[in-house]
Design a protein around this ligand. Structure first.
Ligand SMILES: N[C@@H](CCC(=O)N[C@@H](CS)C(=O)NCC(=O)O)C(=O)O
Length: 220
């Protein structure tokens, strides 16, 4: 498999954690979202993903004969990896636990990330909107909701003691929030979960600064 992604993309980061946790062999093909014009908009990438976004998982020949070999949308990719490589699991075993993990993941995937996505922010700036204030509002609001939902159900991780999709979307979003100076002091559950996650080797392997396309001296 090939993971087409970008070192600092939060959505790519989710998939990297899953691949590392499940020990799935793959290669990485960087797509530079910050290149002149954005490599995500090049025709060869739009053929992989007509949304012109990362991540895209390129499947092995024979995974789906006759169909395009590309899978976009990080949550769909996580579901695919979970079905194809069920052990170790990234969802709890019980129906409600699985739904809770997906609920939390969607708070970030649908409720936060689309509002802070590179393309959206660039468009807002072209309209004269002060994007940093926009980002702080929407990311802060979404993470506060995540904290409120997770607090009564979290154990070591977001849903009890089972690492799940919820944690895979949370950790990159917390890093994004810090880049924009969002105060996380009101989210003690999230900070506790983050500490537990960052102690795991799969999170270390997926760290943006350890990726081949990360700059040696990262911009702030
Ligand atoms: N819902 C999509 C979101 C993908 C997405 O927004 N990716 C961002 C990077 S985190 C991107 O490619 N942005 C490029 C752009 O907007 O031009 C997913 O989960 O895969």
């Amino acid at each position: 498999m090939i993971l087409h992604g970008y070192w600092r993309s939060t959505a790519t980061w989710r998939v990297r954690i899953a691949l590392a946790y499940k020990g799935v062999e793959h290669t990485v093909h960087p797509i530079d979202l910050n290149a002149e014009g954005g490599d995500q908009h090049r025709p060869e990438h739009r053929r992989r993903n007509p949304m012109a976004q990362v991540p895209v998982l390129e499947l092995e020949a024979g995974d789906d004969p006759g169909a395009p070999a590309f899978l976009g949308q990080s949550l769909a990719i996580l579901e695919y990896l979970e079905d194809r490589f069920p052990s170790p699991p990234l969802l709890p075993g019980d129906p409600l636990g699985r739904a809770r993990a997906r609920q939390l993941a969607e708070i970030v995937n649908s409720g936060i990330q689309p509002l802070q996505n590179t393309g959206v922010v660039r468009h807002l700036e072209s309209l004269g909107v002060e994007s940093a204030a926009w980002i702080r509002r929407h990311v802060g609001r979404g993470l506060a909701a995540f904290e409120e939902v997770a607090a009564p159900i979290a154990g070591r991780f977001s849903v009890g003691d089972q690492l799940s999709f919820a944690d895979l979307v949370l950790i990159p979003e917390l890093a994004f929030a810090r880049r924009f100076g969002i105060d996380l002091g009101g989210a003690p559950t999230l900070l506790r979960i983050e500490a537990a996650c960052l102690a795991l080797p799969c999170f270390a392997a997926a760290d943006p600064l350890r990726q081949p396309d990360a700059p040696r001296e990262p911009a702030g």
